[in-house]
Ligand binder design. Structure first.
Ligand code: NAI
Ligand code: MG
Length: 493
C-alpha cells in the first residue's frame, strides 16, 4: 500500500484539460522554390519575367516564388487553350473526356493528404477542414461531372448541346482547390478548354494540380494555369479569343468585369459576396441551432461567401441562445492550421485582417456590444478571435457589409414576417438558414427569402449535384448540378 502522504504527492490535481498538440506532418508535400506558368501541358517561364512571393499566413513565412503573368503570358495561355480546343478536346468522344475526369478525381483522392496539407499551409485554413471538406468535395465535383460528359444529350433532351470554346476562369482564395474543381470540372465535361487564374495569395494547390493533370495524361493545353494578381485576371477578361468568363470573388470586381464584357458577346457567370441571414425560431432545437450558428460563421475563419454572418433570433429565446452561443464559442480552438484539433485557423492575408479589424471597429463605434471569448493567439501570423456582436441595428455597417471573417452580428425579430423583411434587407442574396421544428414554416420561409440556397436545420452543406449561386448583388448563373453545365454549353435551337 502507498502511504497517505506519498499518495497525495503523486495524485496531481488537474486544474485544466489541455489538448496535446496534434500537428499534421508537413513533409508529405514538396514545395518548389519557384514556379512558372502551366501552359500547353508544361511549366514555362513567364514572358513577363516577374515573380512574387507567396506566404504561409499562419507564420508569415515565404513558401515559394510564383509567376506574375502579364498580357503576353495570358495570350500564350489562351492560344494553347484554343489550339487544344480546336484540334483535340472538342473532337474527342464524350466518353473519352469522361475517362480523363474520372482519372483526375481518383488521383485527387489518392493524393488528398498532400493537397490538404498544402491548402492549409498556403491559405491558413484548419487541416480538419481541408482534409474533411475541401478535398473530398473537390474530388466529388470531378466524379460528378465525369458522369455527365457522355450524357449531355440526355441531360438537355431535344436541345443539341455543344461546347462553347475557351473558358477564362478566375477564382478566390477562400476555397482555392475546391473553386478550381467547381470551375474546371463542368467546363471540361462540356467539351471546353480552360485558362484558370488562381487567387494571388493561394496559388500553390492549383500549381500542384498541374501535376495531377500530368499524371492523368490530359492532352496539353486543355487546362492552363496562369498565376498573378488582379492585373492578370483583367488581361484574361479582356482577351478577345475567350468565349466565357466565370468569376468568383468580390462584388466590386464582379461589377467591373460585367462592365468590361458589356457588348462583347462573351458569356459571363458571377458568384460574388453575401451577407446571409441565419434565422432561429423559438421552436428550434437550441443546442443544434447553436452548432449550426457556429459552423455557419466560424467555419473557414468566416472566409465563406455563404457564411451565416447575420443571426436573427426570435425574441423569446434570445437570452438562451446568446448564453449557449458564448459558452460554445469559448471552446473554439484558434491557432496552428496544421494542428488536427484547431477549429479556427489563420486569416488568409494581412489585407483581409485589416479589413476585418476595421469593420469590427466600426461596429464598436456605431454602438454594438462586442463579445470575444478569452483566447491566446500565436505571436506571429494573421489571427482574429471569433467575435459576436449583439445590440446591432439594421443600419450598422456590420449588418450590411460583407466582413468575410469570424464575426457574427446578432439581430432579433418577433414574427416570421418581420424575420423575412429584415433578412431580405441587404443588397446580397446568396444563402440563408432557417431553424424551426415546423416543416410548413421551412417551406414558407424558403419561398420568401431572396437567397439562392436556403438550408433548413443545418448550414453550409454542399453536394456537387446541388446548384449554388445568387440573387441581386451576389451574382448570377449557377454552379453545381445540371444547372452548372448550362453556362458551358451552347444550344442549336
Ligand atoms: P477580389 O475579387 O479582388 O479577388 C478575387 C479574384 O479576382 C482573385 O483571383 C483576383 O486576383 C481577381 N481579380 C482582382 N481584380 C480583378 C480584375 N480587375 N479583373 C479580373 N480579376 C480580378 O477579392 P479580394 O480583393 O481578394 O477580397 C476582397 C473582398 O471580396 C473580401 O474581403 C470579401 O468580402 C470578398 N470576397 C468574396 C469572395 C466570394 O467567394 N464571394 C471571395 C473573395 C473575396
Ligand atoms: Mg481585390
Amino acid at each position: 500500500m502507498v502511504p497517505a502522504e506519498k499518495r497525495q504527492r503523486t495524485a496531481a490535481i488537474v486544474s485544466s484539460w489541455d489538448y496535446a498538440p496534434a500537428p499534421e506532418a508537413k513533409d508529405i508535400v514538396k514545395i518548389q522554390d519557384r514556379y512558372g506558368l502551366f501552359i500547353g501541358g508544361k511549366f514555362v517561364e513567364p514572358l513577363s519575367k516577374q515573380h512574387y512571393t507567396t506566404i504561409d499566413p499562419a507564420h508569415e513565412e515565404p513558401l515559394a516564388e510564383v509567376a506574375q503573368a502579364g498580357k503576353a503570358d495570358v495570350a500564350r495561355a489562351v492560344r494553347a487553350a484554343r489550339e487544344a480546343y480546336a484540334t483535340r478536346w472538342s473532337k474527342l468522344r464524350p466518353s473519352e473526356r469522361a475517362k480523363y475526369l474520372y482519372r483526375i478525381a481518383r488521383i485527387l483522392q489518392e493524393r488528398s493528404r498532400e493537397f490538404a496539407v498544402l491548402e492549409s499551409r498556403n491559405g491558413g485554413k484548419p487541416i480538419r477542414e481541408s482534409r474533411d471538406v475541401d478535398l473530398p468535395l473537390a474530388a466529388a465535383h470531378f466524379f460528378y461531372y465525369a458522369g455527365w460528359a457522355d450524357k449531355l444529350e440526355y441531360a438537355f433532351a431535344n436541345r443539341k448541346p455543344k461546347p462553347i470554346g475557351v473558358a477564362g476562369q478566375i477564382i478566390p482564395w477562400n476555397f482555392p482547390l475546391l473553386m478550381l474543381a467547381w470551375k474546371i470540372a463542368p467546363a471540361l465535361a462540356a467539351g471546353n478548354t480552360v485558362v484558370l487564374k488562381p487567387a494571388e495569395t493561394t496559388p500553390l494547390t492549383a500549381l500542384l494540380f498541374c501535376d495531377v493533370l500530368r499524371q492523368a495524361e490530359l492532352p496539353p493545353g486543355v487546362v492552363n494555369i496562369v498565376t498573378g494578381d488582379g492585373r492578370t485576371g483583367a488581361e484574361l477578361v479582356a482577351h478577345s479569343d475567350v468565349n466565357k468568363i466565370a468569376f468568383t470573388g468580390s462584388t466590386e470586381v464582379g461589377k467591373a468585369i460585367q462592365r468590361a464584357l458589356a457588348g462583347t458577346g462573351k458569356r459571363l457567370t458571377l458568384e460574388l459576396g453575401g451577407k446571409a441571414a441565419n434565422v432561429v425560431f423559438d421552436d428550434a432545437p437550441l443546442d443544434q441551432a447553436v452548432e449550426g450558428i457556429v459552423n455557419g460563421i466560424y467555419f473557414n475563419q468566416g472566409h465563406v461567401c455563404c457564411a451565416g454572418s447575420r443571426l436573427f433570433v426570435q425574441e423569446s429565446i434570445y437570452d438562451a441562445i446568446i448564453s449557449k452561443l458564448k459558452r460554445r464559442m469559448s471552446t473554439l480552438r484558434v491557432g496552428d492550421p496544421l494542428d488536427k484539433n484547431t477549429d479556427v485557423g489563420a486569416i488568409n492575408s494581412k489585407m483581409q485582417l485589416d479589413k476585418i479589424t476595421s469593420l469590427v471597429q466600426s461596429g464598436i463605434d456605431e454602438g454594438a456590444e462586442i463579445y470575444q471569448p478569452p483566447c491566446k493567439l500565436p505571436e506571429r501570423g494573421y489571427w482574429f478571435v471569433p467575435t459576436v456582436f449583439t445590440n446591432v441595428a439594421q443600419s450598422y455597417r456590420i449588418a450590411q457589409e460583407e466582413i468575410f471573417g469570424p464575426v457574427l452580428s446578432v439581430l432579433t425579430f418577433r414574427t416570421p414576417d418581420e424575420a423575412v423583411e429584415k433578412a431580405n434587407n441587404t443588397p446580397y442574396g446568396l444563402s440563408a438558414g432557417v431553424w424551426t421544428e415546423k416543416g410548413s414554416r421551412i417551406l414558407a420561409m424558403a419561398q420568401k427569402l431572396k437567397a439562392g440556397v436556403v438550408w433548413a436545420n443545418t448550414y453550409n452543406r454542399f453536394d456537387p449535384a446541388s446548384p449554388f449561386g445568387g440573387y441581386k448583388e451576389s451574382g448570377f448563373g449557377r454552379e453545381g448540378g445540371l444547372h452548372g453545365l448550362e453556362p458551358y454549353l451552347a444550344f442549336d435551337e
